[in-house]
Design a protein around this ligand. Sequence first.
Ligand SMILES: *Cc1c(COP(=O)(O)O)cnc(C)c1O
Length: 357
Amino acid sequence: MKIKVTKVDPEQMKPKPEDESQLGFGKIFADYFFIVEYDREKGWHNASIEPLRPLSLDPAAMCLHYGQEIFEGMKAYRGKNGSIYLFRPEENINRMNRSAKRLCMAQIDNDLFMEGLKKLVLLEKDWIPRGAGTSLYIRPTMIATEPALGVHPSGQYIFYIIAGPVGAYYPEGFSPTKIYVSEKYVRAAQGGVGDCKAAGNYAASLYAGQEALEMGYTQVLWLDARERKYVEEVGTSNIFFVIGDDLITPPLSGSILPGVTRDSVIRLAKSWGVNVREERLSMDEILSSSADGTLKEAFASGTAAVVSPVGQIYYRGSEYIIGDGSTGPLTEKLYNEILQIQYGEKEDPFGWRVKIS
Ligand SMILES: *Cc1c(COP(=O)(O)O)cnc(C)c1O
């Protein structure tokens, strides 16, 4: 399908942020977006890259009522040599289509997604910041647009990709977070949509997140819905623990989002000879390993931060310090390695990096 490009009048272009240390996350959007429409008769049609604009939706559009809305999160990186890279983009495309299938939404053609993505990033090249650790965050999104109030899969969708510069996650170095174990609320149950990047999962997580913040913790450590015993994820990231010499993360049981970073961490650690265990890990085991000194490190993994060290866990009225409360050596090594692969500063043994310019 041909992607029609409508250029922004140079005079209408938004000013680029001058201070890259003030970028933050998800507040600034670049000049263009990619958009393509779907309906049952025509399939995907009208693919275009246009100046970013508000969408016009019927108030009965099904995404606004029954939550047929999925998204992805990925980044474009500017290397020191000026090259532009994506990181394992086909993983995001495949995951988006798995989410679409689970929510009875239209499958998007992989090639069309990739072409729209690359064209958009190249057009927005000047929006990719230069500072260490900064990047262009990319948000592919699909919403159901059929105006209808019966609960059934929508016959119409739009898929779009927006992008904007984001700052370095750790401008002043690592700062281990304090996390709060939620026993009252759960993020996802087996059989649900916790393994999809579906909008409703995030709405459902806000209340517990707020409770954690009020208690002075940055994220919620989610437990399994059935027994409230096994760790699942932290905030909107996957979770890893280093106990003894093993790196342990919960298996993809259906209620956990299969993170691209999670998979990259597992494969890198294995290539270094680390014993990686994708196994259920109970709070009891975490507490006993904390007590006997074998709980050395914990970190969250996700596209936004790569890895984010956890320094403390709050559970049933007590605080447990992980290791000595500072960033562990494996966490730091994984962080540096993945970042250097993403920015083209290191060999890419797994072929994860996609150079687009
Ligand atoms: C996006 C996300 C992750 C991390 O996935 P990445 O592909 O590594 O960015 C983990 N958990 C949840 C709930 C997420 O939404």
